[in-house]
Design a binder for this molecule. Structure first.
Ligand code: HPA
Length: 275
């Protein structure tokens, strides 16, 4: 048995020992400022990351650092209340370790949320954006190295990273909720410095609609394992140089909090209708 497989099994065994063997339908990663969706989870069981063998620890602001497992819209869900970023010093393999544990919990669906800066000038602060695709110009990849073939193949298709049916479902629900849901391409950069205005102009030229420091490593790891992915960004600020004002972390967290009603309504219904 490989070392990684053993570590993943240890983490999964610890979680299963607490939550039992019941099937979990969807895993949800809660982005900066969006963690309060976890308050909606019924019969919640909390498992701090620090207690789970081999798990990294969240150090980012607005990331609590625990699993919340329970029921949302009559479906069993597992929420990551806090995720891991390259800027925290973790390597890509560590960032995706908790996602790879999902395979050993038999979870085949993943909703990824994040806070992002708006590049598309048709977007407004507080908008939600359905991620239709992503761009990663950094050479780092979470699957660099010996392929963990017990998780997935060496080379794998990324043509439909964000599941087409789930994208259609989300658009339909947004329409029913009269929600002005934007859609676009998420441009990944590692941070922790926010981008320069020139970098944002470049990101727009190459096709980015929003910019952020997460999501892409996790999406790659999930696709590798054949897990279905849906991604939603909260546009917490306009990216550097778009408005004549500096960017602050406070704005990112504050906007996340101000969208919580529409975000929770959208996500709860997606979960309800996610087959
Ligand atoms: N840039 C990068 N990451 C972000 C931003 C941004 O403007 N806003 C929230 N996360």
């Amino acid at each position: 048995m490989t070392y990684l497989k053993q570590k993943l099994q240890e983490s999964a065994a610890y979680i299963k020992n607490i939550i039992g063997e019941s099937e979990i339908h969807i895993a949800i990663i809660l982005g900066s400022g969006l963690g309060n969706l976890a308050d909606k989870i019924e019969n919640a069981i909390f498992i701090p990351y620090k207690d789970i063998p081999n798990f990294p620890l969240s150090t980012a602001p607005g990331h609590v650092g625990r699993l919340v497992i329970g029921t949302l819209s009559n479906k069993k869900v597992l929420c990551f209340q806090g995720r891991f970023h390259f800027y925290e010093g973790y390597d890509m393999a560590t960032i995706v370790f908790p996602i790879q544990v999902l395979k050993f919990l038999n979870i085949n669906n993943l909703l990824i949320t994040n806070a992002a800066g708006g590049i598309n000038t048709n977007f407004n602060v507080g908008d939600l954006m359905l991620i239709t695709d992503h761009i990663k110009l950094t050479s780092e990849n979470p699957l660099r190295g010996i392929n963990p073939s017990f998780l997935g193949p060496r080379f794998f298709d990324m043509s439909y990273t964000y599941d087409r049916e789930l994208i259609d479902l989300t658009k339909k629900i947004a329409k029913e909720q009269n929600l002005d849901l934007k859609e676009g391409v998420y441009h990944y950069l590692t941070g922790p410095s926010f981008e320069t205005p020139a970098e944002i102009r470049m990101a727009r030229l190459v096709g980015g609609d929003a910019v952020g420091m997460s999501t892409v490593p996790e999406a790659i790891a999930a696709v590798h394992m054949g897990i279905k992915v849906l991604g939603i960004s909260c546009i917490t600020n306009m990216a550097a140089g778009i408005l004549e004002q500096p960017l602050t972390t406070e704005e990112v967290i504050k906007t996340g909090e101000s969208v919580k009603l529409k975000f929770t309504a959208l996500v709860s219904t997606i979960v309800e209708r996610w087959n």
